[in-house]
Each structure stands twice: as structure tokens, then as C-alpha cells.
Design a protein around this ligand. Structure first.
Ligand code: ZN
Ligand code: ZN
Length: 389
């Protein structure tokens, strides 16, 4: 089959690889109908995530048709159309039973690698390094889905692939980021990064009762979408000072909650952002933390900072003392996708949100290498790329 494979820094190829097969009785094989490139795939693209190996199949946002089932998968049938969560969860461990699916204890066969860095291992992920399971991803014609009796959600007829694909990651990720803010009716929520996760976080913040949502970015098209689809007020950080502007907008108090939907490859115009770039060039740091610092600096006292943006490992100059002095709550982590799927699918079915508005590029999978570059450079107003195998 054809698959998008990783070969090192900025080297992604479309190659012929062996088809996946059922390995365990709880597996399914899904024939991919639509898959997307995620912002977090770009962390792999620039070789920022350790333990990738040449030839690894990329992709953790995908959906398709069930074409083979292991003997123990009773809830799915051949021919079902499903969306698959990017986090792999067994459904039976302490974490899964407590709705903390992205912390599953049983889905990362390489847990020992992750434990060396993190102390404990999070769940396995599709297409996201050997440290997180070494699972083949879904930017391919077929994918093996482990624990298929737990993860995939069936899609009702009448909804297009484009409408439901983002249930695999970015819609639940944006939703959980907003939920983590503990929003009270009328709160002001500021969101750094108006990419797909930021957009869904802004929509969800409104849904959860925020009175005002503020989107921060530098790309005019992203700011425009934030205004149009989520009713956000926007700040272009290349034009104004973010902290000062937020202060003015909130009578000097700061937003009630701040969401970092950017993660470890933050851009910035302040001294600390240049410091991060310099350290990175000297290979002295794994993460550029400008936004993580700015959200903590900007949030009101006693407020909540929510971080859906991905960080690799060790962030330099993390202002823990600032968070302490302001008594902030910090919430973060990979999304417990399974927890949100039925509710978010209902929102889509009821027409409250059609997530496909974010798709700017629709391409055959053969053009993946070019699309990774376009997405990374944010050329051509690129916001979300979907690929058809
Ligand atoms: Zn993703
Ligand atoms: Zn589990």
C-alpha cells in the first residue's frame, strides 16, 4: 500500500510498504478514506520529537471503513465507517476506567522508553515515535487499529468525511482545552494560536459559557476565521503588545483563563523568544517556550492556564514562581479523546458546528511531501490539509 513515511528532518516521502494485518484479537484494519496533517506532525517533520525511525508511517488523524476485524471486536462490523481517536486506549486499566484515556497504562509497548524521560508513560499514539508506541500511522491506504473495541466511533450516514474527520484529534483537543479552563458564565478566555486547535478551543469556550473570547495570532486569515466562526475579538501580536492589550481589554485584570494552543515551536518578538531560538540552534533546548511564558504572565491572578499545545520535554526559563505568585491553576496533557466523542459528534449532527470550514487544502496522498512544507511555511493561507489515499 501507499503510505507517508518519515526519513529525518524535513524529509517525508510517499512509499510502497506492506499492508497491515490483524495481530491481536482486538485489532481492526481500517481502509483510510480521509486523513489530515496535524500541527503536531510538524514537530516530527522538523525532527523535534525523539525516537522516530526512518520509514515510520506518519499520521494520527484519520477515518475510514472497517475491512477486517479481530475475533474479540464485537461492537464493529465489516463495512462500518469509523473515526479513530489518535490516542490508543485499552478501556480496562485504572486510567481508562477513570476517563483518562490518553494516560492508558496498556497501550504503549515501549513504555520503558517513555518512563526514562517522563517517569511514567502516557498512552500509545498512532504515528508518533517509538517512545509512544511505534504504531504505524494513518497517512496511508490502510492502518491497523489496536483496541478497536474501545476507540473507533461509528459515523452516521448523512455526515461527510470532512465533517467528522476532526473528531480524531483537533476538535476534542480544542474542547478539552476549553473545558480545562473551568469556565464560568461570562468569563474572558484568551487563546494563543488561531490554528485548528485554537479555533476549536475558542468555539468550545463560547459553548461552555465564556462571555468573551480573544484570539491571538499573526496570520490575518486565521484571525479572520476566529472572528467569523467563533465570534472572537482578535489580537495580531506583530502589531501590538499582547500583555498590554489584554490588560486594556480586561480593565487591568487579565483574562480569566489563557490557552496555549501553540506549543513548543512558538514564535515571538520579545527577548525570551530570541533566547529560545539561540538555545535551540546550539542544541541546548528541546522546546521554545515563549507562549507558555506569556500565558502565565498574562493570566489574571487566580486564573487558569490550559495547555493543549504540545511540548517535548524540558522547557527552559519556565516561570514557575510567576504561576505561584499569581496562584494560577495549570492544566495540560494529551486529549482524552474517547471521553468527548459522543457529545461532539452530536454537536456536528445537530449542525451546531461544521468543522470542515478549517480545511484549506484537499490533496491526493501522493502530494503529502509538498503539503508538509506548505503547512509548515503557512504558505497559501494553509490552515488544514486533508489527504485522500
Ligand atoms: Zn493531531
Ligand atoms: Zn487503558
Amino acid at each position: 500500500m501507499k503510505a507517508v513515511t518519515w526519513h529525518g528532518k524535513e524529509d517525508v516521502r510517499v512509499e510502497n510498504v506492506p499492508d497491515p494485518e490483524i495481530v491481536n484479537p482486538r485489532d481492526a484494519i481500517v481502509k483510510i478514506s480521509l486523513t489530515a496533517i496535524c500541527g503536531s506532525d510538524l514537530h516530527l517533520y522538523v525532527n523535534r520529537i525523539p525516537t522516530m525511525e526512518s520509514g515510520d508511517i506518519l499520521g494520527h488523524e484519520f477515518m475510514g471503513e472497517v475491512v477486517a476485524l479481530g475475533s474479540e471486536v464485537k461492537n464493529l462490523s465489516i463495512g462500518d465507517r469509523v473515526v479513530v481517536p489518535f490516542t490508543i486506549s485499552c478501556g480496562g486499566c485504572y486510567y481508562c476506567k477513570n476517563d483518562l484515556y490518553s494516560l492508558c497504562d496498556n497501550s504503549n509497548p515501549n513504555a520503558a522508553m517513555a518512563e526514562k524521560i517522563y517517569g511514567h508513560s502516557p498512552s500509545g499514539l498512532f504515528g508518533y515515535s517509538h517512545m509512544l508506541g511505534g504504531y504505524a500511522g494513518g497517512q496511508a491506504e490502510y492502518v491497523r487499529v489496536p483496541f478497536a473495541d474501545v476507540g473507533p466511533i461509528k459515523v452516521p450516514d448523512g455526515l461527510s468525511d470532512e465533517q467528522v474527520l476532526f473528531l480524531s484529534d483537533i476538535f476534542p483537543t480544542g474542547y478539552m482545552a476549553a473545558e480545562n479552563c473551568g469556565i464560568k458564565e461570562g468569563d474572558t478566555v484568551a487563546v494563543w494560536g488561531c490554528g485548528p486547535v485554537g479555533q476549536f478551543a475558542m468555539w468550545s469556550a463560547r459553548k461552555l459559557g465564556a462571555g468573551r473570547v480573544i484570539g491571538i495570532d499573526r496570520f490575518p486569515e486565521r484571525l479572520r476565521l476566529a472572528k467569523e466562526y467563533t465570534g472572537a475579538t482578535t489580537i495580531n501580536y506583530e502589531e501590538v503588545d499582547v500583555f498590554e492589550t489584554l490588560q486594556e481589554m480586561t480593565s487591568g485584570r487579565g483574562p480569566d483563563a489563557c490557552i496555549d494552543a501553540v506549543g513548543s515551536e512558538a514564535h515571538g518578538l520579545t527577548l525570551d523568544a530570541w533566547y529560545d531560538l539561540a538555545k535551540e540552534k546550539m542544541m541546548l533546548s528541546t522546546d521554545r517556550g515563549h507562549v507558555a511564558r506569556q500565558v502565565i504572565h498574562s493570566c489574571r491572578k487566580g486564573g487558569t492556564v490550559s495547555i493543549p499545545g504540545v511540548y517535548g520535554a524540558f522547557l527552559d526559563k519556565f516561570p514557575l514562581g510567576v504561576a505561584f505568585a499569581k496562584a494560577l491553576q495549570l492544566r495540560m496533557g494529551q486529549t482524552h479523546v474517547h471521553r468527548y466523542l459522543p457529545m461532539l459528534l452530536d454537536y456536528i449532527r445537530e449542525g451546531e458546528l461544521d468543522p470542515s470550514y478549517l480545511i484549506t487544502h484537499r490533496m491526493p496522498i501522493e502530494r503529502a511531501p509538498e503539503m508538509y512544507r506548505t503547512f509548515m511555511e503557512k504558505e497559501d493561507d494553509c490552515i488544514k490539509v486533508v489527504l485522500k489515499p
